[in-house]
Design a protein around this ligand. Structure first.
Ligand SMILES: [Zn+2]
Length: 192
């Protein structure tokens, strides 16, 4: 039997942290680290687990990535990741997967993500055992803006320091990559 437990897909990013602030019960939340994470992303996940008192952190991303996986189309990588998360949720008896995918006002991307979720769910439900009791996939942040994500993070009490967003591999955010510029703009707005 599945339980009210949730499997939260995380890469340590601001949207993943925002999704964690939405979970009411740390003891019912399992953090599932996505594949091929950097050391900085892994330590962001550890900081978030410690801040919110989540004691179950699992997933392929906890292992140091041996080689960078060959680039694949984003939709295939995301579908494959969701299938892995579905299996992990099934093994942990989680009734729900939280995928903190965030598309803001990008309607094409929102439609794409909804299709991926539908397709993965459809394939899973082809198995009679999953048809009625398989975990469901939710995307609570899909149409959130960066500002709304920052507000959620502020409500969690730990601030942006709990997250990691930089595309670089240094110990601290580089400040110059696209993700650094994106999230520092939100931080400036929040501080204004
Ligand atoms: Zn950066």
């Amino acid at each position: 039997m599945l339980t009210p437990r949730r499997l939260l897909v995380t890469d340590g990013s601001p949207p993943a942290l925002a999704a964690l602030t939405l979970q009411e019960r740390a003891d019912q939340t399992i953090l599932w680290a996505t594949p091929a994470l950097s050391a900085a992303q892994r330590s962001a996940i550890e900081r978030q687990a410690a801040h919110f008192g989540v004691d179950r952190v699992v997933g392929p991303g906890l292992e140091p990535a041996s080689d960078r996986a060959p680039a694949s189309p984003r939709t295939i990588a995301e579908g494959r990741m969701l299938f892995d998360a579905l299996l992990a949720a099934w093994q942990c008896r989680c009734g729900r997967i939280i995928w903190p995918c965030q598309a803001g006002h990008d309607l094409d991307r929102i439609a794409q993500v909804q299709e991926i979720v539908l397709c993965v769910g459809h394939v899973a439900r082809l198995d009679p055992a999953w048809r009625t009791v398989g975990p469901e996939i939710r995307t609570p942040l899909l149409d959130c803006t960066d500002e709304q994500v920052a507000d959620l993070i502020a409500s969690g009490g730990g601030g942006m320091a709990l997250a990691w967003w930089c595309e670089g591999q240094a110990a601290a955010p580089c400040g110059g990559c696209g993700a650094c510029r994106r999230w520092s703009a939100v931080n400036r707005l929040a501080a204004a």
